[in-house]
Design a protein around this ligand. Structure first.
Ligand code: GDP
Length: 197
C-alpha cells in the first residue's frame, strides 16, 4: 500500500492541514506535540501517517523531545521503501527567524535537518509553507526566497514549485499542496502497476 507521511515541528498547523486535506481528525489531545508515536490512519486506499510534532513543545522536557526525534528518524528509516511521499509542514512567517537563531548557535534547525534527512533517504518530499495569510504581500517573495535558500535550494523559489507549496490552512487554501500530493501519488501508482508489466 501507498504511504504518505506528514511531519513538522509543533504548532506549524500540521493537524489542521491533515484535517483540511483528508477530512480526518488526527489530533487526539489538546496539548501540542505530546503524542510520542507516529499515528496511522487509513484514508482511501492509502496509509496516512501523522508524525508527532518535533522541536519546541511547551512543558515538555528535553529528554522527551529527544525520544520523539529518535522515533521519527527510526520510523522514516524503517519504512523508507514504502513511503511514497513525505509532506514537511513549516511555519512560513516564523521559519527564517527560527532557522537563523539556530544557525547563530551553530546548530542545524530541526526542520532543515529533517528535510535533508528525507532527501538522503530518497523519500520524495513536499514542503508545505503554511500560515502565508500572516505574510504581508510586499514581503512575500523575499520570505519565500529566504525559505528555499535555507533549505539548500537557490532562489527564485518559483523554480521549486514542484517541491514548495505555499498554503494557508486557516483560509482553506491548500490547493498548491493538494496538487503536488496528487501528482506524486499518481506517479507512485503508475510505478506500482508498471512493475507487473
Ligand atoms: P500542529 O501542532 O502542527 O498540529 O498545529 P495545529 O494544527 O494544532 O495548529 C497550530 C496553531 O496554528 C493553531 O492555533 C491554528 O489555528 C494555527 N494555524 C494553523 N494553520 C494556520 C494558518 O494557515 N494561518 C494561521 N494564521 N494560523 C494557522
Amino acid at each position: 500500500n501507498l504511504e504518505i507521511v506528514f511531519a513538522g515541528r509543533s504548532n506549524v498547523g500540521k493537524s489542521s492541514f491533515i484535517r483540511e486535506l483528508t477530512g480526518k481528525k488526527v489530533k487526539v489531545g489538546k496539548r501540542p506535540g505530546v503524542t510520542l508515536k507516529p499515528y496511522n490512519i487509513c484514508y482511501s486506499d492509502m496509509l496516512v501517517t501523522d508524525m508527532p510534532g518535533f522541536g519546541f513543545m511547551s512543558g515538555v522536557k528535553d529528554r522527551k523531545k529527544d525520544i520523539v526525534h529518535d522515533k521519527i528518524v527510526r520510523y522514516f528509516e524503517n519504512n523508507a521503501k514504502r513511503i511514497k511521499v513525505a509532506v514537511l509542514i513549516i511555519d512560513g512567517p516564523a521559519f527564517i527567524d527560527i532557522a537563523d537563531r539556530w544557525n547563530a548557535r551553530d546548530e542545524i534547525p530541526i526542520d532543515i535537518e529533517m528535510f535533508e534527512f528525507l532527501n538522503e533517504l530518497n523519500i520524495d518530499t513536499i514542503v508545505a509553507v503554511n500560515k502565508i495569510d500572516k505574510i504581508k504581500s510586499k514581503d512575500y517573495e523575499q520570505i519565500m526566497n529566504g525559505i528555499v535558500e535555507r533549505l539548500g535550494m537557490s532562489p527564485p523559489w518559483k523554480q521549486w514549485i514542484d517541491i514548495i507549496a505555499p498554503v494557508s490552512v486557516k483560509k482553506g487554501d491548500i490547493q498548491s499542496a493538494r496538487e503536488l500530493i496528487k501528482n506524486r501519488l499518481h506517479e507512485a501508482k503508475r510505478d506500482d502497476l508498471l512493475k507487473y508489466i
